[in-house]
Design a binder for this molecule. Structure first.
Ligand code: ZN
Length: 258
């Protein structure tokens, strides 16, 4: 009986281990995308996620643990002097901590204040390159410059060098992935695209997110007015559906800073 129980426990643990390593397909749909754009997006999702699922791209993360009702919010393309503040206000009033993948080159003067505030309020200030280029078009040394120059600017403002990066447009190839890994950084993509950049309607974003949500999802939003308009409802409704918002590093169980 004891042996049987031990065997059962082992099988159960193996099952859990396999489950927790599942790499999701990316979800999120918009009726506003034309046929060309839909096709482009599907191709990108397939070309990018399949090598992650097959273990060809190492150290590229798409989602958290599918067996728990935990999720994380991520916001790309901050800082600016308007929408980033509004996102921070909403997160603060809902006691949720997000991850901001920021563009190093836009962190000047007054913009640095919002970067500091983001960090001070417990959100992550993470690397989204220096100038937001398509990294798959660049050579290795230019990719390194984009990553390191951005990270150093973030460190000069927050005191912390980010270890997590998100490639602009999710654009990666084997050279990009190898270069990021050689820098000791981890690539973090997303599993649920709010499609705020194309829907441009907060209610449509809420519907898209709620109808596609899964355990462990990393949700992609941007510092744009659509996500500002959708954020409170997204948080409130997912909370009422039983989901818990974790900060990205907690969801993934990894270190955010050096
Ligand atoms: Zn971006």
């Amino acid at each position: 009986m004891t042996k049987f129980f031990a065997l059962f426990t082992l099988i159960f643990q193996l099952f859990l281990f396999a489950e927790s390593n599942v790499v999701y397909d990316i979800r999120g749909a918009s009726p506003l995308l034309d046929a060309n754009m839909s096709q482009f997006l599907d191709k990108w999702r397939n070309d990018t996620i399949t090598p992650v699922q097959n273990g060809i791209y190492k150290n590229v993360l798409v989602n958290g643990d599918p067996s728990r009702k935990n999720i994380a919010l991520t916001f790309d393309d901050a800082p600016d002097e308007n929408n980033t503040y509004k996102l921070l206000d909403i997160l603060k009033s809902h006691h949720v901590q997000g991850a901001f993948f920021m563009i190093g080159g836009t962190m000047r003067d007054t913009n640095a204040t919002v970067v500091k505030r983001t960090f001070d309020e417990g959100h992550l200030v993470l690397n989204h390159t220096f100038n937001h280029p398509r990294l798959s078009d660049l050579n290795e040394s230019t990719i390194v410059y984009q990553l390191d120059h951005a990270a150093m600017r973030m460190e000069s403002i927050t005191g912390h060098y980010p270890l997590l990066m998100r490639p602009p447009y999710g654009s990666i190839n084997p050279i990009v992935v190898d270069t990021i890994n050689a820098q000791g950084l981890t690539t973090v993509l997303w599993s649920l695209d709010s499609l705020d950049w194309t829907l441009k309607d907060p209610d449509a974003v809420v519907t898209n997110v709620l109808s596609n949500i899964r355990n462990g999802d990393i949700i992609l939003m941007h510092r744009n007015p659509t996500s500002v308009g959708a954020l409170a409802k997204v948080i409130e409704q997912l909370t009422s559906m039983g989901y818990t918002f974790l900060r990205l590093d907690e969801l993934l169980g990894i270190k955010a800073y050096r």
